[in-house]
Design a protein around this ligand. Structure first.
Ligand SMILES: *Cc1c(COP(=O)(O)O)cnc(C)c1O
Length: 467
């Protein structure tokens, strides 16, 4: 039986996996979630413990894509997706203290965890589009890491043209060069004269009116509203749990969180039968989720720039997927909550809040504490961590009372991706880019500067789409 995908707002048609992959946002403004989840018994889990990363990915993902992708194809795509990771364990664990671990998710081509999902997403798209004989256009806004991971994941897809919008002058030099130095005919970098919110608004407006594309092509989303991204991220929660004694011991995870995509994947792993005690929502000063979990009120605030820019968001899109479960999958209630939220703020019912608090805890870490934490981990372990990871390890210690058993912090980026923040921590260390990026600052950049003007951007995109 193949799994169908439902919109959290209940007013868009249910889709199969292929439909959800190509759709991104549902037509009613909701997000697609699986109608049912595969579940693994303790003996299933025990049998999965010795699988390699690509084998485990195939086992966990197969039920989600059944009916669209056969198992042999999935296995090949998973193998290809993780073959170029620089560590043979793909997602190695590093011990920090007796019960404290780091799950290193930065060994992919662009040095952030987003490679785990986007390497697979590009290959899934390529496979599905070739079979359908269709072409699509990927459009995404990035504050840094999504853009390069999407470009690396999709540059080899012949039936895809990629347009990445980033705020001119507001992404780090490393992040920008990881996007603009890629030499591929289907990659287009658009430096927009505006901030990240402007870029995101332009992308959202384009999804509403995508008739500007040639030959009736449609737009595909590569940010974490796309279900396929969440799906790929479920895998490493299982992989890490097995490495520290699961499934016999329940495990805890601390997750540096922005859009709630990564930690929602951990929540799904729990629902699928993986013993997890506690999931820590680790936020920077943009703490919409920490406020939600401690007060029950979900309220947007203006974004403040921090040392962990990949988590500088005012609204966590994927939180809607959790709300759907907290309200017993009542799509009408979720639609109403999201309408109210658009007007101001919402307050969770006591029942919904206590359900959330039973599994999740949270902490807010500011820039000063982030620097202290980078120094703390360096002094005690000799390990240099990036500012996002530091928020995770700090939050893990703050929430330790709720965690029984091993605590795994997701290390979401390589420190060399954020050298300025690491320098502020004054460890005396300069993080070094891995060998494959050593010539990043010598390569030629390719990008187009455009005004914050929807029509001009659409005209540019239509002209650049390959025939
Ligand atoms: C994207 C990103 C995050 C936040 O992930 P979400 O899925 O949006 O919660 C955290 N750290 C780094 C380095 C990232 O690139």
């Amino acid at each position: 039986m193949s799994i169908r995908y439902l919109s959290t707002r209940g007013q868009a048609p249910a889709l199969d996996f292929e439909g959800a992959l190509l759709a991104g946002l549902a037509r009613d403004g909701g997000l697609y979630v699986p109608e049912s989840l595969p579940s693994f018994t303790p003996s299933d889990l025990a049998a999965m413990r010795n699988l390699s990363y690509p084998e485990l990915a195939t086992t966990i993902i197969a039920p989600f894509v059944e009916g669209s992708i056969d198992r042999q194809t999935l296995s090949r795509l998973a193998t290809e997706s993780y073959r170029d990771f620089r560590h043979q364990a793909v997602a190695p664990l590093l011990q920090l203290d007796q019960d404290q671990w780091l799950l290193e998710l930065f060994h992919g081509p662009t040095l952030a965890f987003k490679d785990f999902a986007l390497q697979l997403l590009g290959r899934l798209l390529s496979h599905v589009l070739a079979r359908r004989g269709e072409r699509v256009v990927i459009m995404g806004a990035t504050s840094g890491d999504t853009g390069s991971a999407a470009i690396e994941g999709c540059r080899h897809c012949d039936n895809v043209d990629i347009f990445i919008l980033y705020p001119e002058g507001r992404v780090s030099d490393v992040q920008r060069r990881q996007m603009t130095t890629v030499q591929a005919h289907n990659v287009n970098n658009l430096a927009i004269k505006g901030n990240f919110d402007d870029c995101q608004a332009l992308v959202k407006a384009s999804f509403v009116a995508d008739q500007f594309l040639p030959d009736g092509r449609s737009l595909v989303a590569v940010n974490s509203i796309n279900w396929a991204r969440i799906m790929a991220q479920i895998v490493y929660y299982f992989y890490a749990a097995f490495a520290v004694g699961g499934p016999e011991r329940a495990v805890n995870f601390s997750v540096p969180t922005g859009n709630f995509g990564d930690i929602y994947a951990g929540y799904l792993a729990h629902r699928m039968g993986l013993p997890i005690n506690n999931l820590v929502i680790a936020t920077n000063r943009n703490d919409v989720l920490h406020r939600m979990l401690t007060t029950g009120t979900y309220e947007r605030q203006a974004i403040e720039a921090s040392l962990s820019p990949s988590m500088d968001i005012s609204v966590s899109s994927n939180f809607e997927r959790l709300l759907f479960d907290l309200y017993d999958r009542d799509a009408d209630q979720v639609a109403q909550l999201m309408r109210d939220f658009a007007k101001g703020h919402i307050t969770l019912s006591d029942e919904a809040l206590s359900k959330a608090q039973a599994l999740f805890s949270s902490a807010r870490i500011d820039d000063e504490e982030t620097c202290e934490e980078i120094r703390f981990i360096w002094e005690r372990t000799g390990q240099l961590i990036d500012p996002h990871t530091a928020i995770g390890t700090r939050a893990a210690r703050l929430c330790a009372d709720k965690a029984d058993g091993p605590m795994v912090t997701l290390s979401t980026a390589h420190p060399a991706k954020f050298p300025a923040a690491v320098a502020k921590a004054e460890t005396g260390q300069v993080p070094v880019l891995p060998g494959h990026l050593a010539d990043l600052f010598e390569k030629e950049e390719h990008f187009q500067v455009l005004d914050n003007d929807l029509e001009a951007i659409h005209a540019f995109m239509a002209a650049q789409c390959r025939v």
